[in-house]
Design a protein around this ligand. Structure first.
Ligand SMILES: Nc1ncnc2c1ncn2[C@@H]1O[C@H](COP(=O)(O)OP(=O)(O)OP(=O)(O)O)[C@@H](O)[C@H]1O
Length: 341
């Protein structure tokens, strides 16, 4: 059994300390917590179906890492394996250097929200949190602190079974914060939150990362991730598609192009290609030109080509995400004409 460094509970932030405290077995240790998650060659098969395949990445401290992928990509399965709830077919996950099962005080090291509804419906929110705190040797005053943090004060005496999904998410987040953990693993925590709740959660995640914690949060919405996340791990059909900073992702995948409508497409194409510019035909008859609008304007004027419209087009983050994961999308709607979107 491993020893554990001393930490203090504080609303102002999480602090690592060098002051040791007695471990369960009475041993003392000055080991401090790093909070890093290391995923190595993680694989999960159900029968002949491979749900997670050879995932390798690290989740670092002090930033919010988004775990993205389309529906069925394997995000929840990977998170369950991180938290020791599913056994990997191959590979491993280490949190702070050890598998989850070997953490001495799991709730104090990792706070997790996987399924907000997984609470006894007949138990009040307060009793749920009190029970969790007691079973993990967490001081009762921390229960009050997380109730305030999660904005649950007016609902603590209500039974969890009467909660809306958004309220359940808040309760789940309160429970995840109970142990003042260095690592937070949150599966789609935005689901069901109202706009005020979404804003609150964004700020909370950013604050937790700014305090030096590791925040790992799944989502299938890039537009939401873009507002919170510093780093992205993107998977599709269980495989790693990207492990990149948000800014690198924007640079690499959200290309900017210019659409040009002209009654002389052949002439314009010759002029542009002659200037070394890449030109692509669009289905509506316009041309997609890989050059700045100013450059196109100069060439058009110099060669007296008639142009009806020049429009700068940017690829949104959501479009870029859909392009990246397109080949790995398992579930998607058929359009009325039978063409896949
Ligand atoms: N116990 C199981 N037995 C068989 N297949 C499973 C099991 N659990 C999950 N799967 C399959 O694994 C795949 C990945 O599921 P998972 O829930 O991990 O994806 P996800 O990325 O979290 O999806 P979503 O965004 O829809 O929540 C799905 O095809 C799912 O049907």
């Amino acid at each position: 059994m491993r020893g554990r460094g001393w930490r203090s509970f504080s609303n102002r932030g999480w602090r690592r300390g060098s002051q040791p405290r007695a471990g369960r077995g009475g041993s003392l240790s000055s080991r401090t917590i790093t909070g890093m998650i290391e995923v190595t060659d993680l694989t999960k098969r159900y029968g002949t179906t491979t749900v997670v395949e050879g995932l390798t990445f690290q989740v670092r401290t002090g930033r919010v890492t988004g775990f993205l992928g389309p529906n069925g990509a394997g995000k929840s399965t990977a998170m369950r394996m991180m938290l020791g709830l599913d056994r990997p077919t191959a590979g491993e996950v280490r949190i702070d250097g050890a598998p989850y099962q070997r953490l001495r005080d799991p709730l104090r090291t990792v706070g997790a929200l996987l399924d907000a509804r997984a609470v006894h419906p007949g138990r009040t929110a307060l009793n749920h949190l009190r029970w969790l705190a007691r079973s993990n040797r967490i001081p009762p005053r921390r229960v009050r602190e997380v109730i305030e943090l999660a904005g649950l004060r007016s609902a603590v005496r209500r039974r969890a079974g009467t909660f809306s999904l958004g309220m359940s998410q808040r309760l789940g987040i309160a429970a995840a914060l109970l142990g003042d953990p260095a690592v937070l693993v949150l599966d789609e925590p935005v689901n069901g939150l109202d706009p005020e709740g979404v804003l609150w959660l964004r700020h909370l995640m950013r604050d937790l990362a700014a305090q030096g914690r590791t925040v790992f949060v799944s989502s299938h919405l890039m537009s939401e991730a873009a507002l919170t996340v510093d780093h992205l791990v993107i998977i599709g059909r269980g495989r790693l598609l990207a492990d990149t900073s948000m800014s690198e992702f924007i640079d690499r995948y959200t290309d900017v192009g210019v659409r040009v409508r002209t009654p002389e497409p052949r002439r314009l194409r010759d002029v542009l290609v002659g200037a070394g510019i890449t030109v692509t035909d669009c289905s509506d008859g316009s041309l997609k030109v890989a050059a700045a609008a100013e450059r196109i304007g100069e060439l058009v004027a110099a060669h007296a080509v008639t142009v009806h419209e020049v429009t700068r087009k940017t690829v949104s983050l959501e479009e870029a995400f859909m392009r990246l994961t397109a080949a790995a999308v398992e579930y998607r709607a058929e359009s009325p004409g039978g063409v896949r979107r």
